[in-house]
Design a protein around this ligand. Structure first.
Ligand code: IMP
Ligand code: MG
Length: 178
């Protein structure tokens, strides 16, 4: 059995998204960035963020997988679905912004940043809604952070446990119940 406890409310999330959007708007106003979200977790954040951002952006998604079922990363990252072929050829010289739901071990993000970096973008930055630095195994420079959170398994606002709880508007901690 699992018990859910609200860690960050939907109102706090909404305010933070607006702050991040203000910052990003200043930095990307005239750059027509390519914004790449990581599926599935970041789709909720991405959709809130780009509408608050209110500047022209090009959007794509990649799908990476490192988790099996459960709460621990398998440590092996694979790309399930990459950047669209017609966009891939145009990364060189573009300003690329990666949108993550959460950076935990950092392995997934590292894998993606390395892949994109090889295509020589004009800039490559990372924006994550949640950061769990206590569990990092590889160093990840994060340019924009929503919330730094403690070492707990969280769900909601796009994040799941075995495909459950993604739809929750608050970020919740999943506590094991005896
Ligand atoms: P990392 O490679 O360990 O940084 O984790 C990458 C992915 O694991 C994230 O994009 C999430 O999809 C998932 N993940 C990590 N921590 C959590 C969590 O607390 N709740 C739900 N998913 C998580
Ligand atoms: Mg993710």
């Amino acid at each position: 059995m699992n018990k859910l406890k609200v860690l960050i409310t939907k109102e706090e999330i909404e305010r933070k998204v607006a702050e991040l959007a203000d910052e990003l708007r200043r930095d990307y106003q005239d750059k027509h960035p390519l914004v790449i979200g990581t599926l599935k977790g970041s789709f909720v954040f991405m959709s809130d963020l780009i509408r608050k951002l209110d500047i022209p952006v090009e959007i794509d998604f990649v799908r990476l997988s490192s988790y099996g079922a459960g709460k621990e990363t398998s440590g092996r990252v694979k790309q399930v679905h990459g950047v669209k072929a017609s966009i891939k050829g145009r990364i060189k010289g573009r300003h690329v912004l990666v949108i993550e739901d959460i950076v935990d071990s950092g392995l997934t993000t590292r894998f993606l940043l390395d892949r994109l970096g090889r295509r020589k973008p004009a800039s490559l930055k990372l924006c994550t809604m949640f950061d769990k630095p206590s569990r990092r195994v590889v160093e990840i420079p994060i340019d924009y952070v929503g919330f730094t959170i403690p070492d707990a398994f969280v769900v909601g606002y796009g994040l799941d446990l075995d495909e459950k709880f993604r739809y929750l508007p608050d970020l919740c901690v999943l506590e094991d119940q005896e």
